[in-house]
Design a protein around this ligand. Structure first.
Ligand code: FAD
Length: 398
């Protein structure tokens, strides 16, 4: 007999939020993770207001706020001229219980959720189990996982949530297309204890710095500053990540008398892609498995968490006997957000930062300045960039 549980492939932020939301509905869940433990690499660190509103129900936000950095404002700057526009979440205080961006590394959320779920007897974890192949019938799903010694094991569940990241084996096993484009430059993320806030005038904790030759992003976390730099994909990785090259890049960001202390360095390729389908029978894709975009604006993980909650709410109803056609609405709503909001906004953010044509660039900057100066436009801009608007708009999607 098919166990009535839901299988969740991937213990990233999206898989664990889906698991927590399903467990809260009384649904048994088996979380399957390829690694021996939860990954702790330096990846997303921005939580937007509605995501914090959603996470509140799991009792993790207080600890995230304690471990993270509350950022009520963020800024767009011109590298040469300084601040262009500073946006203040106080303008949307009536729209969210968390009128700020929280800078908190994603591994902190996954650990907090895992600790919470570990106390729930309905939730099981299986580590060192890499999802490899999916088969399904009218009754349930069989997910074959591969163990580190090469042995394979079939796992059975009523439904499968594929939250196994951008290279999703679940998506590939079902042959679901993942069309889109690859951004030509690589993104280099460095972190340093250097206090940029003491050296750059009027700097907010999140700053996008536009420049026709080399734009960059500065993000402050509780203990470090992160610097995101576009990087020529033709530079050999060994050179790109070498101490000497990184020091040279950092001196271009801000010259200092002493060399920078670098705590983390990662270079990664960025794609803009959306899966053709989010729902295939009893298998549902969410998060990076369903869509990827550039990190400008911090919408990848946030959008993935929004997927997880939308999906869990509908799946819980279906699990209790509602028509599975309800899941089609999950796909229509969240695919529309990925295609029409997240991808478009992320591409626009990149175009704003790296615009080379002086007249177009000036027009972009003038428009941003005017947006910040006009209270109604300022508020509308924040509703969009914080992703509140995308959540409101999808209510209209049948
Ligand atoms: C190097 C890097 C840096 C990034 N930096 C930023 C950033 O600065 N800002 C930003 O907004 N976004 C960033 N992102 C994107 C952001 O991290 C993702 O949008 C977010 O992690 C999506 O969450 P997810 O749970 O869908 O997928 P993931 O976080 O990728 O989680 C997937 C989980 O599934 C596991 N897994 C993978 N394959 C399998 C399998 N076959 N079977 C079982 N488990 C599997 C993985 O180990 C992982 O635990 C970055 C991504 C990368 C790769």
């Amino acid at each position: 007999m098919t166990p009535h549980r839901v299988l969740v492939a991937g213990a990233g932020p999206v898989g664990l939020v889906a698991a927590a939301a399903l467990a809260a509905e009384g649904i048994p869940v088996l979380v399957i993770e390829a690694e021996r433990d939860l990954p702790d690499g330096l990846r997303a660190s921005t939580f937007h207001p509605p995501t914090l509103d959603m996470l509140q129900r799991f009792g993790v936000v207080e600890a995230m706020v304690e471990q993270g950095l509350v950022c009520p404002t963020w800024q767009f700057r011109d590298r040469a001229a300084g601040p262009v526009a500073t946006f203040d979440h106080a303008m949307i205080a009536g729209d969210t219980g968390h009128p700020y961006r929280l800078q908190c590394e994603q591994w902190r959320l996954t650990r907090l959720l895992r600790d919470r779920l570990a106390a729930d007897p309905q939730v099981e974890f299986l580590y060192d189990a890499r999802a490899a192949e999916v088969a399904q019938d009218s009754d349930g799903v069989t997910l074959t996982v591969e163990r580190p010694d090469g042995t394979r094991e079939p796992l059975r569940g009523a439904w499968l949530v594929g939250a196994d990241g951008a290279r999703s084996a679940v998506r590939k096993s079902l042959g679901i297309g993942f069309e889109g484009e690859t951004i030509p430059e690589l993104y280099l993320t460095l972190s340093t204890p250097f206090p940029f806030h003491d050296h750059v005038e009027e700097l907010t904790n999140i700053a996008y710095i536009s420049d026709p030759d080399e734009w960059f992003v500065l993000l402050r976390t509780a203990s470090l500053w992160r610097v995101l730099l576009p990087t020529d994909a033709n530079e050999p990785e060994e050179y790109m990540l070498s101490d000497a090259r990184i020091e040279e890049r950092m001196q271009q960001v801000l010259p200092t008398a002493a060399p920078y202390e670098i705590r983390h360095r990662t270079a990664y390729r960025v794609h803009e892609r959306v899966a053709d389908r989010y729902v295939a029978g009893r298998v549902l894709l969410a998060g990076d498995a369903a869509h990827v975009n550039n990190p400008l604006g911090g919408m990848g993980m946030n959008g993935g968490i929004h997927d997880a909650l939308n999906l869990a709410e509908k799946l819980a109803q279906v699990w209790r006997g509602a028509d599975p056609a309800l899941l089609g609405r999950y796909e229509r709503q969240r695919q529309k957000v990925a295609r029409e909001v997240v991808q478009q906004q992320a591409l626009r953010n990149r175009a704003l930062l790296n615009q080379k044509d002086p007249a177009t660039r000036q027009a972009f900057l003038d428009d941003l300045r005017a947006t910040a100066d006009d209270p109604a436009r300022h508020r509308a801009h924040l509703l969009r960039t914080s992703m509140i608007q995308s959540l409101r708009d999808l209510e209209a999607v049948a």
